[in-house]
Design a protein around this ligand. Structure first.
Ligand SMILES: [Zn+2]
Length: 401
């Protein structure tokens, strides 16, 4: 005979997590709206809210607009009632933050990354977490990690992160064993997509969003119906190593002409040096060895022809790749983030034109591309949010059950 009590408890937990998810994603929100979104009864929602308020997890924060009748009371998570640690393991530095339930960053630690091997990179992660945990924010309910490379989020394994020299590293288990906290690990572009979705003003009502992250590497994160879509192997959105130029420049992945070899921040530096001989009139070209990403940004703004060439080439190929994404997903909202966004509206316009040219007219016409607003915070907030999106019960005191 099925255990009725256990089944009842399971249903209650499911409803509880569903209500928490709805508040987290839509706060501030009224009880009536929560009932409408979750399809739970008003009574069930009100009962659960009463428990959350007693736990200090949710608070009444004001009144919403009247839908006829009395003004609805709005609810939010209590910002500093719980904290999550978010890490972004970037190319040249690691950044870690303590984040509250409203996505406010309370504390940040940055550590420079030198040419380290995988063991040293892991030690650096420990060092950062040790420091963040010593800051005294309580309670910390878990750790979310955004890392470059291919990640198996379900098992918490970094399958391959070339820059960090990690292959099949069971990062989540290592951190769980050391800190006794729940851990979520995901690709950094995917983390950034969640961050932009939750906190970047990109919370499209249908929950569909593509965030293309253009730094030294290029990758996209895809949200469908408000959930991260990772594909069968965890690599959905890894557009950086798809070839756009046959027989092009050798890529760090071993192939030639990948999108990263023309459209990334490293690629524009490399190509500007390579083409400097062809641009006698360019100030930038005068001292090829000194060309850096920052000098290209300045030269681009000043209208330098060599800078224009490499940056607009980068935009052109990126636009073509985005057209493929749009052709596959038909998602109408695309956000671009990362260092390359420093090239601003002129760069963005060429991406858009190239997408329009390369894509299926009916589909690309309705697609909008914007530059993201969150800088490094997107990665941190996304990594910390994933932890909750995977398990909202983490918000609840273990003792409460
Ligand atoms: Zn490649």
């Amino acid at each position: 005979m099925p255990n009725a009590k256990a089944t009842h408890q399971k249903t209650r937990q499911h409803n509880r997590d569903l209500v928490l998810e709805t508040i987290f994603a839509n706060q501030p929100i009224s009880r009536a709206e929560i009932a409408r979104v979750t399809k739970l009864t008003r009574a069930t929602v009100s009962d659960l809210i009463a428990v959350f308020i007693e736990e200090g997890l949710v608070a009444e924060v004001g009144y919403g607009a009247s839908m006829g009748g009395k003004l609805p009371i709005l609810l939010s998570l209590v910002a500093d009632s719980r904290f999550v640690i978010g890490l972004n393991l970037g190319q040249d530095k690691f950044i870690g933050s303590v984040v509250n339930l409203q996505g406010e960053i309370k504390e940040t630690v940055e550590l420079p990354v030198s040419d380290s091997d995988g063991g040293q990179a892991l030690q650096l992660v420990y060092q950062m977490l040790d420091r963040l945990l010593k800051k005294g924010w309580q309670p910390i309910i878990g750790i979310g990690v955004g890392t470059p490379g291919l990640v198996n989020t379900r098992d918490g394994i970094v399958v391959d992160a070339v820059n960090l020299d990690w292959q099949n590293l069971p990062l989540a288990q290592l951190l769980k064993d050391r800190y006794h906290l729940p851990v979520a690990v995901l690709n950094d572009s995917q983390a950034n997509a969640i961050g932009e979705f939750m906190y970047g003003g990109n919370h499209a009502p249908d929950g569909n969003l593509v965030v293309v992250n253009v730094r030294h590497g290029i990758g996209a994160g895809i949200l469908i119906n408000g959930r991260l879509f990772q594909g069968d192997g965890g690599g959905a959105g890894e557009i950086g190593h798809v070839i756009v130029q046959e027989n092009g420049t050798l890529c760090r992945c071993g192939k030639r002409g990948c999108l990263e070899t023309v459209s990334s921040a490293s690629a524009v530096v490399q190509r500007a040096r390579e083409f400097s001989g062809q641009y006698a009139g360019s100030k930038l070209a005068q001292d090829p060895a000194k060309i850096s990403f920052d000098s290209i940004v300045a030269a681009f703004q000043a209208g330098d022809p060599l800078a224009q060439r490499v940056v607009l080439d980068a935009a052109h190929y990126l636009g073509m790749s985005i057209a493929s994404l749009v052709g596959t997903l038909n998602i109408q909202k695309i956000v671009i983030t990362g260092e390359m966004a420093h090239f601003g509206d002129t760069w963005l316009k060429v991406i858009e034109e190239s997408m329009q040219q390369a894509g299926f007219t009916h589909m690309v016409q309705g697609t909008r591309i914007e530059i993201g607003k969150l800088d490094y915070r997107g990665y941190i907030l996304g990594a910390s949010s994933l932890l909750l999106m995977e398990d909202y019960s983490l918000l609840f005191n273990q003792s409460a059950d």
